[in-house]
Design a protein around this ligand. Structure first.
Ligand code: ATP
Ligand code: MG
Ligand code: MG
Length: 381
């Protein structure tokens, strides 16, 4: 029982491997492609499609507990695994959160506000959608991430065009809301039912991709913070969820709180925990899966997480990827660099992140801006 299973070979799987290994566990990674970021650091690698029975049986032969790094694992595979071993997240949870229609329906059923939306399955659904939803965002119900599978639309005509370009897959049409802030609640719930909440982080995005998470710097209205944490706990309990979970929220101009989406796993906006807390979100994922007590989530010092995309390799304007100047970044105080070991840098691809930690919020912002300048991140901090 000292090997834990991870479905998915990306950076989240890789950081799970590191946390697991540090706690004395081995990891078996199941992932369809060879040489993946997680596969290369795991003790065992099973190269297999997520719905291939042979691959799943091989995974089972290594371990009694399996988790995932993304929500698009086939629910049927999780169901099959769960008949024999401990699994987080459950097939039932994944079925809800991998479909925006089911996800929004569930969140609203818990009495938690979501953006006004309409379910879109046909062009007629768009034509009869409430006009007050516009300007809107059309989001494919499944498989979107980093703003992919989304279109901002000002009219029914634009929405129809976008719907067609998505291949007329089921979508939600969401009212575009006036956002003041975006925040995340990352939490862990053990199989014993105990809950640990990480401090709330404030997120910024560039082109639909998370750019920065800031923790312990700006004052967040304590009532809003409490409401967000209570909503996240309500969601976890309502889903009968065990594992690490992130809920993204919007804080609107008028201070209303709206839940955006649920990630049934560690989330990019929780990467700051790797250096800002004694136990990171990945360590919590290990602890939950291993049936161990949850670790401390107190904030040790204000922290800014900056995502590093492949764009930093092309900031010189040329076609050839050039490694960023890590030495200049690492020369700054409080900088922690985490690279994901991806084979090739590409624009828009997440290559790593940096956590800048500093007890003094002013200095923290000062050094984070320097990191942003050196790596050409254009972070809004
Ligand atoms: P992720 O990579 O976090 O999974 P995603 O592709 O699932 O992202 P969303 O989180 O739904 O997409 O949206 C991406 C970003 O677009 C949000 O963080 C927010 O900045 C903006 N956005 C989404 N929905 C709305 C909305 N209804 N009103 C205003 N802005 C929105
Ligand atoms: Mg998402
Ligand atoms: Mg999101």
């Amino acid at each position: 029982g000292h090997t834990l299973g991870m479905m998915g070979g990306g950076q989240l799987g890789r950081m799970f491997c590191h946390a697991a290994q540090s706690l004395g566990y081995k990891v078996v990674v199941l992932e369809p492609t060879e040489e993946s970021p997680a596969g290369r650091v795991a003790e065992y690698e099973v190269v297999s499609a997520y719905d291939d029975m042979k691959g799943l049986d091989t995974l089972l032969s290594y371990t009694q507990a399996v988790t995932t790094e993304f929500e698009n694992v086939p629910a049927a595979s999780l169901k099959y695994l769960s008949s024999q071993i401990r699994i987080s997240p459950s097939a039932a949870v994944v079925a809800v959160v991998q479909d925006r229609i089911a996800e929004k329906t569930f969140i609203a059923s818990q009495g938690i506000p979501v953006a006004p939306y309409a379910e879109i399955r046909t062009i007629e659904d768009l034509e009869k959608a409430d006009n007050t939803l516009f300007p809107a965002i059309l989001k494919a119900a499944r498989l979107g991430y980093d703003g992919k599978g989304q279109a901002r639309v000002k009219s029914v005509a634009e929405a129809v065009e976008a719907f067609k370009s998505f291949g007329e897959v089921p979508c939600v049409l969401e009212a575009m809301l006036p956002l003041k802030k975006e925040v995340s609640v990352v939490m862990a719930r053990g199989f014993d039912g105990k809950i640990a909440l990480f401090p709330i982080g404030v997120n910024t995005h560039i082109n639909g991709i998370l750019s920065s998470s800031v923790v312990g710097v700006e004052e967040i209205d304590p009532t809003i913070e409490k409401a967000a944490q209570e909503a996240a706990i309500k969601i976890a309990l309502g889903l009968n969820y065990f594992g690490v979970m992130c809920v993204e929220f919007f804080i609107l101009e008028d201070n209303r709180l709206v839940a955006n989406e649920i990630a049934p796993r560690p989330h990019n906006s929780g990467h700051y925990t790797m250096n800002a807390c004694l136990s990171s979100q990945f360590e919590q994922q290990v602890r939950v899966l291993a049936g161990m007590p949850l670790g401390s989530t107190d904030l040790l010092a204000p922290t800014i997480m900056l995502n590093i995309l492949g764009d930093s390799w092309f900031a010189h304007g040329g076609e050839q990827a050039i490694e960023p100047d890590w030495a200049s970044v690492l020369a700054l105080p409080g900088v922690n660099l985490h690279l994901y070991g991806k084979a090739e840098a590409r624009k828009g691809r997440k290559m790593g992140h940096i956590n800048i930690v500093n007890k003094d919020p002013q200095q923290l912002i000062y050094y984070a801006r320097q990191v942003s300048d050196i790596l050409h991140l254009n972070a809004k901090i």
